[in-house]
Design a protein around this ligand. Sequence first.
Ligand code: ATP
Length: 455
Amino acid sequence: MLGDGFGFINMRRLYLNVQKLHKNEIFELGIYPCKIASMQKDDVLRLLRDPSLVQPEKLTLLSNIAAQAEALNMPCCVVGGFVRDLLLRKPVNDLDIVVEGDAIQVGRKLVKAYGGRLTPHFKFHTAIWYLPHSTEFADLITARKEIYEKPGILPMVTPSTIEDDLKRRDFTINAMAIRLDGEGFGEILDPLNGQADLERGLIRVLHPRSFLDDPTRIFRAVRYEVRYSFIMDSVTQGLIDAEVTKVLASLSGERLRHELDLIFDEDGAARMLLRIASLGLVNSIHPWLPDFNQDYADFLDMDIRLDVPADRRTMGYILWFMDLSEDEVFSIAKRLDFTNELALSVWAAAQLRRSLITLFDSKPSVWTYALEKLPLLSIYAVYLVTRVQALLDYISLWRHTRPHTTGDVLKARGLPPGPRYGEILTQLRSAWLDGVIDSTESEKKLLESLLQSEK
Ligand code: ATP
């Protein structure tokens, strides 16, 4: 968007300037066509009131929170992703509110004034306020300082100022706040120059030990790089060294999987995994972790017409580990602390892909009974990768095929209860699947002959 009142970049001048830059600098420029760095309070207010960026209910919510915090004499701000996305003129999502004072007290006051429900976390002085009759919620955080005593271990926290709270954050572009209380409503707090980095498309840590304190920030950096076509600044990227990689390798499976889950939630997931591999981080998660096959990238977007429960994360792991052996799958699943269900889905797909050759030329009934034991998503993933038609026939047709005859019919026909019920119904179903019968009439005939053979 050029010349929209928030600043104007002359594209020709930009092009000429880019020409003069060194190649690396061009890469670091992360061209983003909007003026952010010089934004004033009025500009921010205009963005806040733009319903395509901030839904009106969200804006009301912000003023309600501000009013209650002000009544308690506690300065408060909206921070993090909200500010970043607003300045980028992208629709904002989560509300992260930082309160200088006590977020739980503000939360209680909000519930009293507007209803809803509060989930306080006393240890961290934070609370989540769930609004009444809505799926909206706000994260309320008491402004705090963090001290990392050991690399990779969660920090000690003490209440502090909003400015200190911004200094504990991951990147400059996430370390900005917009004041909500009183006359200050709409003012930007940007002590670390996040606006300049946002404008240049740079992801920059706040201090040199940042990745040692918390190596999961590297995954966050990669998400922002790909999501916004940004790039880590060279100093930040240079901090990903052998020591950081060692700390990364010591992180719990749960923390690592959480980061990978968040990656699979994103449109550019495959490219993010490629970038993580290019940073040399894959092996430190697990020595057998393969590169994500970029040819599978489009398969993360499910075809909803097929009535297969969509789950991007499970699909992501299935595709990622599709070509691994059973031992490799289970070893990685253990490292990443997979649930049994997830491990089973990944294993089933890898197993099915390997055993496809034994099923070729089988009748539909044989396919169906073999596939029925496996998670549908695993089958769908193998179909996407191999395009074996029988897998699609199973998903869209065969799995729904059932005879008209039921157990009740067999009972009415005087068949004594026992395993024959299941056998007869399976025989009828196979006959439908394999095209031996194709009408109610022909099913009746077959049933008669099966019952005759009982006598
Ligand atoms: P996204 O759009 O990816 O959800 P977000 O900024 O809303 O981005 P959250 O994970 O919700 O991300 O985190 C909210 C804020 O908390 C971030 O903007 C950042 O300031 C801070 N934060 C989150 N994770 C970390 C971390 N590992 N280290 C430091 N600060 C963090």
